[in-house]
Write a protein that binds this ligand. Structure first.
Ligand SMILES: Cc1cc2nc3c(=O)[nH]c(=O)nc-3n(C[C@H](O)[C@H](O)[C@H](O)COP(=O)(O)OP(=O)(O)OC[C@H]3O[C@@H](n4cnc5c(N)ncnc54)[C@H](O)[C@@H]3O)c2cc1C
Ligand code: SF4
Ligand code: SF4
Length: 372
């Protein structure tokens, strides 16, 4: 960070109101004065400043020199090269469109239940359980479905047990700012916390560490990213799936995206919706997002490729490799070389390049840098 004291006023202008804000809520959990709230209604997923007597772009603590929110924002100023430098010792090259990584493998949980409930290979769930049972973490920030699941509203929450992990497994395609479960994890005594989140959220822990955002940064000790090109506004359920296809949200059992939106119903029916029909419900925060491959996670995970029940796994850091090695040695996962599915890796790079072109010209150039 440059020496100038960047505060909420700068974040508000440069990120919150410019279209760059992803709604990752990094700023909200970093605020030591608890003056930032988070809206997740009516298609809005954004932080807001609620101090009495101050406008939306102003903060009394910012005026007095507090810089925590800008230190936690993975879209503020030179976020990408700063995080790259911190994690990998160098900025990514133009041809590293999916970010810097050590290994790409296909992996799946050996535990048949985790494999079954997982969206792809159940790798993420296996990582969380392995880390909880082997004293690597105390808790994980994940996403659940609200209530009995019939509303399909994705909500952030804490996982501390096998039951929690099973309940939170699978993918929801609306946004869940899992970072917001941080306070619940702390209140329950957690000190070493894994964050599971979309690409945008997985840049939160390292940006906080790089910019020395304090205790929160230290506690986010493992960072699992989900490959992502977009999330949808909740309105897609009523305005498209129900209105056009008669698919009631309460009757949906599972969803997936594999070139089209796939929907399995509780009564056994299966439906497909072309992705181009869904575009209208893309969440505003995704429209300029340049990061498909969760480039700053310790381990990034995706479901593209020829094998539906394996997780495409990109290992980026020493911490990520240590966890994968430990799991393999302990029989927690099965692993195959990424080269078994070269098409998946090629597709990841292609989609990563496409996302980078969304990063606007008015912002710093680095995230748009591509070649090849
Ligand atoms: C919105 C979304 C878009 C995605 N888009 C792509 C894509 O375009 N291409 C691709 O290859 N992969 C994509 N993925 C990743 C993929 O769906 C799987 O999450 C990933 O492969 C891991 O599978 P798994 O079986 O190992 O994970 P699991 O063991 O099923 O664990 C999944 C974890 O993700 C968390 N989670 C679920 N939904 C959300 C959510 N909405 N927000 C935050 N956390 C959540 C769960 O709580 C759980 O901890 C996307 C995932 C999501 C949630
Ligand atoms: S991108 Fe995240 S950290 Fe930055 S302003 Fe938006 S919610 Fe806050
Ligand atoms: S496309 Fe995915 S990673 Fe990017 S802002 Fe949207 S939810 Fe976040």
């Amino acid at each position: 960070m440059p020496p100038e004291k960047f505060q909420w006023k700068h974040l508000y202008q440069e990120v919150v109101t410019s279209g760059l804000c992803t709604g990752c809520a990094g700023c909200v959990i970093a605020c030591p004065h608890d003056v930032l709230g988070y809206r997740d209604d009516q298609g809005i997923y954004k932080p807001f400043q609620f101090e009495e007597g101050f406008g939306p772009d102003d903060c009394s603590h910012g005026q007095k020199g507090c810089t925590s929110c800008t230190r936690a924002c993975p879209r503020f100023q030179m976020w990408e090269p700063e995080i790259d430098e911190f994690l990998f010792g160098r900025a990514r090259e133009a041809d590293e469109v999916s970010g810097v990584y050590k290994d790409i493998v296909l992996a799946r949980a050996s535990d048949p239940i985790l494999h079954e409930v997982g969206q792809d290979g159940g790798l993420v769930s296996a990582i969380l359980l392995y880390c909880l049972e082997n004293d690597v973490i105390d808790a994980a920030l994940v996403s659940y479905l609200e209530g009995d699941g019939s509303t399909w509203k994705a909500v952030p929450g804490v996982a501390r047990t096998r039951e929690d992990i099973i309940a939170s497994a699978g993918s929801r395609y609306t946004y869940s700012a899992n970072t917001l479960a941080y306070n619940d994890a702390i209140e329950a005594g957690a000190e070493r916390i894994a964050l599971v989140g979309m690409s945008c959220q997985s840049s939160v822990p390292p940006v906080m560490k790089q910019r020395k955002a304090g205790k929160v940064a230290r506690r986010l000790s493992l960072n699992i990213g989900l490959l992502c090109s977009k999330t949808f506004d909740d309105a897609i359920f009523d305005e498209l799936l129900d209105a056009k296809y008669g698919l009631k949200r309460a009757e949906i059992k599972k969803m997936n995206i594999k070139g089209r939106l796939q929907i399995w119903m509780h009564n056994g029916d299966y439906h497909e919706v072309p992705l181009k029909e869904c575009h209208e419900w893309t969440r505003e925060g995704c429209l300029m997002c340049p990061d498909f491959a969760a480039e700053h996670a310790d381990i990034s995970t995706g479901g593209i490729g020829a094998f539906n029940d394996w997780t495409l796994t990109v290992v980026r850091t020493d911490a990520g490799r240590e966890v994968m090695d430990g799991m393999l040695a302990g029989g927690w996962i099965e692993v195959r070389p990424g080269d078994d599915d070269p098409g998946a890796i090629e597709l990841m790079h292609k989609l990563a390049k496409k996302s980078r072109l969304r990063w606007p010209e008015f912002a710093v150039a680095a995230p748009r840098l591509i070649s090849g």
